[in-house]
Every structure is written in structure tokens, then in C-alpha cells.
Design a protein around this ligand. Sequence first.
Ligand code: AMP
Ligand code: GLY
Length: 417
Amino acid sequence: MKVLVIGTGAREHALCRSLSLDPAVTALHCAPGNAGIAEVAELHKVDALDGKAVSELATELGADLVVVGPEAPLVAGVADAVRAAGIPVFGPSGEAARLEGSKAFAKDVMAAAGVPTARSYVCTTPEEVAEALDAFGAPYVVKDDGLAAGKGVVVTDDVEAAAAHAAACERVVIEEFLDGPEVSLFAVTDGETVVPLQPAQDFKRALDGDEGPNTGGMGAYSPLPWADPKLVEEVLETVLQPTVDEMRRRGTPFSGLLYAGLAITSRGVRVIEFNARFGDPETQVVLARLQTPLAGLLMASASGNLAHLEPLRWSDDAAVTVVVASHNYPGTPRTGDPITGLDEVAAEDAPHAYVLHAGTRRDGDAVVSAGGRVLSVTATGDDLGQARERAYRAVGRIRLDGSQHRTDIAEKVAGAR
Ligand code: AMP
Ligand code: GLY
């Protein structure tokens, strides 16, 4: 099977790494990719948001399967263009990707499907905003309606900061605050059958102790030793399957990866958000534990054959990933700084620890930073403590001027299994 992956982040590196280990994959291409992906896939230049360009590249390469990683091309309809060219694609149509592309649309689908989520108002004027903030009280949760790379949500006790964020967005969703730990649960679907993966936890705030601004994600771990063993089954029944059924009922079936961001509140599981693609950095830890060959799973989604797939196989290992970010992330990051120590990790820590590249590019012989999140250092172990130790040992070998990372990823669960 010839596979083309679209995207450039650590998630795409994780996808490409797993695909490169699948014996069914005979050729692996990625566009545009990064310096790390170049080691496992052939890179091509393409504007990932241009459906015509992506489908032409896929046709030229004779791709049997195209995997669209990030949300922006999905929302822009890139999967539709590839499908129209007759090539199976892993990823939802532009219409279906609105589950992520519009928070208001997602709320509407959840209401119709009876999926438990925070109560909310959609607001477009300062008066509506003031009323909604008043109705819910602190802490205030204000979400930009559109795509914002994980940075469009403000959670604050300060009513003026909440109103200011709302004023900076065209349309906002204001909702009740959900307490309790968060879980990211991914499911692969073909629009009908839903196959949940193993849950993971992400660390969204920039700084240790969950301080600082929201980011795209600073680290993750899986499995979740504290989670109810019936959680996945419950979320499948109350969230994932009803949502997929509702999307099909609307004539816009959702196929690809449905990502449920969940809060485990004192009153039960609630959906915080849906995403229409693999999460980053959770994918790095989920795929580290998936033993079923990835290409067959993604192809079963793309070709509507998930009902015939054998149950997924998982390793008993635990996995932890730590994101190394540029100076000033999640603000405008500093880029172009050389990264060293990557060879040391490969020599000393492989195969249990490895570096997945996010924003990197090659500059002559050097690898330099090229984005906010630069690397996602991933490790497996017999338990979370061992995986965490290995991940941080590898992080310690990497040098990137001005870089930052959290030191408390999976710290609280390190003693558990
Ligand atoms: P989202 O992009 O919707 O996942 O929001 C980003 C982050 O903001 C989430 O991971 C939560 O940490 C936080 N958040 C979003 N919605 C809520 C809510 N209703 N209550 C509490 N925290 C929230
Ligand atoms: N890790 C959060 C996201 O991928 O949106």
C-alpha cells in the first residue's frame, strides 16, 4: 500500500513512524513534512490547504491511501478533493469537519444526539456576552467559534478578561465551567462503525502545575491508571456512536478520527470539545501503544470496512511524551535556532525513547526550529514512571536555545500503572 500523509507536526511524525513499521506499507510519502519525518518518508512540497494540489500529488504518486493530519485542510475540504479523485482518504469531509471547525455547530449536533456537554450560549454582541457571563458566573469559559489551534479558549475568574476575549472574536460560545480531570478519547470511524482507541491525557497549559496560557498541548500520557475501566465503553455508547449516527442522519457522515475531549465531572462525563483529527500530542502516546498495524486500520475507515476489522491489539506498556517548545510559545515563537542532541537520543535511548519532530526543518547539516512546538520526546516503559523517566532523560540531552518544556508531565501518576 502506498500512503501519503498530509501535515507537518509531531502527530504526523507519529503517524508516519507507525506507518513505516507496518509491513503492508510499501511506500510512504508526506507533504509538506519536517526534518524528522524525512527520515521515514519521502517529502513533497505542497500547500496542504489546496485540495486540488493535494489530490494531484496523490494521483501522481499512485497513492492507495491519503491521510490528512491537521484540522485546517480538513475544514477546507481537502479530503473531499482527494475522494473526488477516486482515492481513499482517512479524514472527514469539510462539512463533517465542522464538528471541530465550529464550536456552535458541534453544540447543535450534541443537542440533537443527546450527548452530554456543558450548557452554553452562542453570542455575537457585547450585550449577549455580558448576559451569558452573568448567567453562568465564574469561572468563565469563553470560546472562539472558529479554529484556533487550541488557543481560542479562555478560562478565567476575571470577568473583564472574559469579556475582552469575547470582544476579540466574531462569534463566541460561552459555557458553564466543567470541573474534574480531562480525558482525550479518539475513535476511528467510517461513518457507521466506531472503533475507540485507548484514552490519553493531555497537558494544555504552558507551565508546570497547569499554570499559564492554553497551548496546543505540552505533553501527554497513556494509559490512565485512575480512569474507570468502563469509561471507553460508556463514552462509546453515550458520546461517540450517537454523534456519528447524528452526522449520518444529517447527510454529512463523519469518517476518519473523531476526538472527544472529555471532562470527568462529579455529575458524569461531559464533552468539552470535538476534534475531527488525531490530537497532538496524545497521538504520540496512543500510537506508541497500538500494536495493530496502522495502515490497515486507517484504510478500513477510508473504505467503509471497519465492521470487518479484528479487535485492536494494545501493548501493556505505558507511554509518555514531553513537548519541547520554542521561546515565547504560545505567543509568536522564536524560530531558526539550531537543535542538537538528537543523535545522542538515537544512540543512547532508542528504542524506548525517541524524538518526534513538530516544527523543525533542515538547514544544511543542521536541524533548526521552525515553529512553536518543536519536538515531542516520546518514551515507553513497563509503567508510567519508567516511561516518564526515559522521556525526561532524552529531553535532557536536547539543546535548543531559549526552549521550554513542562517538568511535570505524568508526574502525579508516575507511581501508578
Ligand atoms: P477546547 O479547545 O474546547 O478543548 O478548550 C481548551 C481547554 O480549555 C480544555 O482542554 C479545557 O482545559 C478548557 N476548557 C474548555 N471548556 C471548558 C469548560 N466548559 N470548563 C472547564 N474548562 C474548559
Ligand atoms: N491536544 C489537543 C489537540 O490536539 O487539540
